[in-house]
Design a protein. Structure first.
Length: 457
């Protein structure tokens, strides 16, 4: 498999992943946390405190207060009677979402020896966010099932820990937890022609009937399954205290899920449209990058097939042997004379004319020596510059050769080319070092016509 083909397959796979992610949308859904069965998604059940025998009892072992489980959510509930010596009682569970709703079974029991008063705080992530109190109607004993006692729909989306806590009161309190419901986001595909409603709704109004239920709760309004009289305020309430008063107010009539339905539908459509646009843009960008990479790979392959030359100077330093190696393992040699560099007629003392003697001979000798030194220094400088440029080319090619490829067929050849490039770089570094040393040699200073031994390679 060629590198270009493997790269093409990788790009196509990336495009498919991008399009699949872009087409994904989210919608709001409601999920329940049952007292017994736990979270409908994860199955995790709430934790109850204290863990003393006989404190928490389910629908099958509920003692003298016996609500009918048929009317409870999933036919289950769990209840406890708080005693001051317990310190506190609590129900705790985790959820991921932006809204939470809590439902109790409320009891009105006229028997003096029976505790049916309900009172508790609600905490989110350790902070008190609500308070609920119900004083039983002793004249109209009854059970009120699946009653919304708390809701909060302005939480930041994410993980939260919710607790129902009763503590620091000097009297007995009855808590009957049925279930909780939270709103969260789930990832869905493109909407179908007849999309299902993402959030369950209820349009029933809460009105007053002959059954009266006097309560106090903090939080916002919410739906209920039966007609009752209830009071829910928007302002925060203080924590439980022994002297807390219990006002009675007519209940609200709005449903907490209507706005969720509208916002969820709009969010779903907007997310789908945004996904299509984002996927199209990503596709165009990836295609452009693919074309650019293929062109770059082709140019790099040509450069590998004609690697930069390796130079060796002859005894006169006027021509170099050029050795190049292609990616196919072949090697060629050719002569590369430096025609652009001027040849110098080097004069030695023994070749000086006999008529030049005395001071004139010394002046002439110094002039010729300076000319020879200047031309040899210039020649060495030019050669050093060219070798440095070639060194840079070799290093660039070695860096390209070191880039890992997906193809397994050419790994052997590429490895051989890399080894050859490294050997040429090492040899050229040695030649550059020797060439720099020549600048201070007697030959380069014009004092002799014999080049130093290291100049003959």
């Amino acid at each position: 498999m060629s590198p270009a083909y493997a790269l093409t397959l990788s790009m196509i796979w990336s495009i498919l992943l991008l399009l699949n992610t872009a087409n994904a949308a989210t919608r709001l859904v409601n999920r329940t946390i049952d007292d017994k069965h736990g979270d409908e998604k994860s199955g995790t059940a709430p934790t109850y405190f204290p863990l003393l025998p006989g404190v928490w009892a389910d629908q099958d072992h509920n003692g003298r207060i016996a609500p009918d489980p048929v009317h409870a959510f999933q036919n289950t509930f769990i209840a406890a009677t708080y005693h001051p010596e317990y310190g506190h009682t609590s129900v705790t569970f985790d959820f991921i979402g932006s809204a939470i709703y809590v439902f109790f079974t409320i009891v009105d029991d006229a028997r003096v020896e029976i505790t049916s008063k309900t009172e508790c705080n609600f905490t989110v992530d350790g902070n008190i966010v609500g308070y609920y109190n119900h004083d039983p109607d002793l004249k109209n004993p009854a059970f009120h099932y699946q009653q919304l006692v708390f809701q909060k729909d302005d939480l930041s989306p994410g993980h939260h820990t919710f607790s129902i806590v009763t503590s620091d009161v000097p009297y007995h309190v009855y808590i009957n937890f049925d279930y909780a419901m939270y709103t969260t986001e789930e990832i869905v595909g493109p909407p179908s022609a007849n999309p299902l409603l993402p959030v369950s709704t209820s349009n029933a109004k809460i009105t007053s009937t002959s059954t009266s239920l006097s309560t106090t709760s903090s939080g916002s309004t919410g739906p209920s399954s039966i007609s009752i009289t209830t009071s829910i305020s928007n302002s925060g309430s203080p924590p439980i205290s022994a002297t807390q008063s219990t006002p009675t107010v007519d209940g609200p009539t709005s449903s907490p899920f209507n706005s969720s339905l509208a916002s969820s539908s709009g969010m779903n459509n907007a997310s789908f449209i945004g996904g299509i646009v984002g996927g199209s843009v990503s596709f165009v960008v990836v295609i452009v990058l693919l074309v650019w990479v293929l062109l770059w790979k082709r140019s790099r392959r040509h450069r590998v097939e004609d690697l930069p030359p390796h130079y060796t100077a002859d005894t006169n330093g006027m021509s170099w042997t050029v050795q190049s190696s292609s990616s196919k393992g072949t090697t060629e040699s050719r002569m590369a004379p430096f025609a652009a560099l001027p040849r110098v007629n080097f004069f030695s003392k023994r070749n000086m004319p006999a008529e030049h003697d005395g001071e004139s001979s010394d002046v002439l000798q110094e002039t010729v020596q300076e000319e020879v030194r200047s031309q040899r220094q210039h020649q060495l400088t030019e050669r050093l510059r060219i070798m440095m440029e070639e060194m840079q080319v070799l290093q660039d090619d070695l860096q390209v050769e070191s880039v890992p490829l997906n193809s397994s067929e050419e790994q052997g050849n590429i490895s051989d080319s890399s080894l050859l490039l490294r050997a040429q770089i090492v040899n050229m570094e040695r030649q550059i070092t020797q060439l720099r040393q020549l600048f201070q040699s007697s030959w380069a200073m014009g004092l002799t016509d014999d080049p130093p031994p290291e100049y003959t390679l």
